[in-house]
Design a protein around this ligand. Structure first.
Ligand code: HEM
Length: 245
């Protein structure tokens, strides 16, 4: 699948740094901290909902997914009620085996249309959310292309919920599977250390589409990864180049 040149995840500096600066103020420690009370409220409501349903209850549907979806939707400025729509396409985008390249590209196009629709609405009626801030960066300050604006919206929407949902679910699974759930429940003061270790131990996912291309020859674990375009017809992975990335 071709990398998207407009996408934050495929960029190098200085374009990457320029784009990061556009969203930096939203993601400062202070600003994210200000989201804590709202996030805690969402957590409390979801836990109440699970208790009301009674065991057994599906953690993914009732907690892991709705929590980040609600927060990222409010932060970005798209309706959380659309969650089933964009979750479906996010899943296709991140799939490695369940969808063809064409299906992944079609899913991206669906999400781009979805964001384009909300961008148009934000243009009509500016708000205080991140999407309005990005629309202003495009329209008032000319700091983004239209494709870059749409793309950044899609990236933040997808990266902002799939990751956290996967991690919460796999962390709970890991704690239960290793028997450490009870230990942690008995020692809540170890929670921060446990989260750091779980972030290290549990793979985030194995989604496709994040090709990494060496810009200079580099040795990784004893293997030489060649710089892209080093002139021998091979790409950075030491294989004859089959795709232009
Ligand atoms: C447990 C939760 C999360 C984990 C483990 C995680 C992990 C990662 C990792 C490993 C990358 C680097 C990918 C690469 O360049 O190879 C990344 C990039 C990114 N993540 Fe997350 N992420 C999480 C949550 C989030 C959330 C909540 C958001 C949005 C609010 C987000 C937005 C992004 C963006 C925009 C990038 C691209 C950054 C750039 O290229 O400058 N992530 N994340």
């Amino acid at each position: 699948m071709p990398a998207q040149p407009d996408n934050l995840l495929s960029m190098d500096p200085p374009e990457h740094s320029r784009l990061r600066r556009l969203v930096a103020s939203t993601f400062t420690m202070k600003n994210i901290e200000s989201w804590r009370p709202r996030t805690e409220q969402v957590v409390a409501d979801l836990i109440d909902g699970m208790r009301a349903k009674g065991a057994p209850v599906d953690l993914v549907d009732n907690f892991s997914l709705p929590l980040p979806v609600t927060v990222i939707c409010e932060l970005l400025g798209v309706p959380a009620k659309d969650r089933h729509f964009f979750q479906h396409f996010s899943r296709v985008i991140l799939s490695t085996t369940g969808a063809t390249g064409e299906q992944v590209q079609a899913a991206r196009a669906e999400l781009e249309n979805y964001l384009a629709h909300h961008i148009a609405e934000h243009r009509e009626q500016p708000r205080t959310d991140l999407l309005s801030q990005l629309v202003a960066a495009r329209d008032d300050q000319d700091r983004l292309t239209e494709a870059g604006l749409v793309n950044l919206g899609v990236t933040i929407l997808v990266a902002g919920h799939e990751t956290t949902a996967n991690q919460i679910s796999n962390f709970v699974y890991t704690l239960l599977d290793t028997g450490l759930w009870g230990t942690l429940a008995a020692h809540p003061e170890r929670l921060n250390t446990a989260i750091e270790e779980l972030l290290r131990y549990v793979p985030l996912g194995n989604g496709g589409g994040l090709a990494r291309i060496a810009t200079e020859d580099v040795e990784v674990g004893g293997t030489l990864v060649r710089a892209r375009g080093s002139g021998d017809g091979r790409d950075g992975f030491g294989e004859p180049r089959r795709h232009r990335l």
